[in-house]
Design a protein around this ligand. Structure first.
Ligand SMILES: N[C@@H](CCC(=O)N[C@@H](CS)C(=O)NCC(=O)O)C(=O)O
Length: 231
């Protein structure tokens, strides 16, 4: 079996998306954390955009970058396939995976807004993406996952951003997801899925909060003192 090293910043949702695929496939991999402010030369050599994730295969024999490309590669080369067999369904799945950056920015737009006004504007915009996903889930049929009973790359792609929505909602409750029952049920199923988590949940939420605090986002004023590690 190939040897995989997935290069990461600890809280990067795009890396998490690829880590999820490894875990769903039951494939061993090394999650190597580097610091955003100190990106080593060996990493820069394999990541043309200087971004994580980068995936080194067989000690650098091959290297891949961009989470979507990495996940497509993993799905083509490692069983079980997460993409649906039917080409139409597969195309629909890819289309919704292409929507991830828009959905992601509706969450990060709120989390990283620097002023109350910017936060309110971002929050006003967020329902557009939530509504579109709700309609997509209605079309897909029954849950718990995007395609129903079978877990897919779409689930892996959205899970990190739905998780961050919940983290944000814990800092400054907005209740948005309550208006979208399918999305809420999907998100709950993904949060309950062990593959979603690269770290223990409370530890990871504390890391996320620290990231928001460091950015001095408007919502950071609502973060109470760091939670105890055992919480
Ligand atoms: N489209 C990329 C996005 C990756 C990305 O934005 N990674 C962030 C960390 S979460 C990064 O490396 N940022 C560093 C930078 O922009 O210099 C993917 O899906 O892999």
């Amino acid at each position: 079996m190939a040897k995989y090293m997935l290069v990461s910043f600890k809280t990067c949702p795009w890396v998490q998306r690829s880590a999820i695929v490894f875990r769903e496939k039951g494939t061993p991999f090394e999650l190597r954390h580097i610091e955003p402010d100190n990106r080593p030369d060996w990493f820069l050599a394999i990541s043309p955009h200087k971004k994580v994730p980068a995936l080194s295969i067989d000690d650098g024999k091959y290297a891949l970058f961009e989470s979507n490309a990495i996940n497509e590669y993993l799905d083509e080369t490692i069983e079980p396939r997460l993409h649906p067999k039917d080409p139409i369904e597969r195309a629909v799945n890819r289309a919704w995976t292409d929507y991830v950056p828009t959905f992601a920015s509706s969450v990060t737009g709120c989390a990283y807004a620097q002023t109350e006004d910017a936060y309110n504007k971002a929050l006003e915009q967020a329902p557009v993406a939530f509504e579109r996903l709700e309609r997509a889930l209605e079309k897909q049929g029954s849950g718990p996952f995007f395609n129903g009973a079978d877990y897919s790359l779409v689930d892996a792609a959205y899970a990190p951003f739905l998780q961050r929505y919940f983290f944000l909602d814990h800092i400054r409750p907005n209740g948005l997801i309550e208006k979208y029952p399918r999305l809420k049920a999907w998100a709950a199923a993904l949060m309950a899925r062990p593959s979603t988590h690269s770290f223990p949940a409370a530890e990871f939420e504390a890391m996320y909060r620290e990231g928001v605090r460091r950015r001095k986002s408007w919502v950071s004023q609502f973060i109470e003192a760091p939670r105890a590690a055992a919480e």
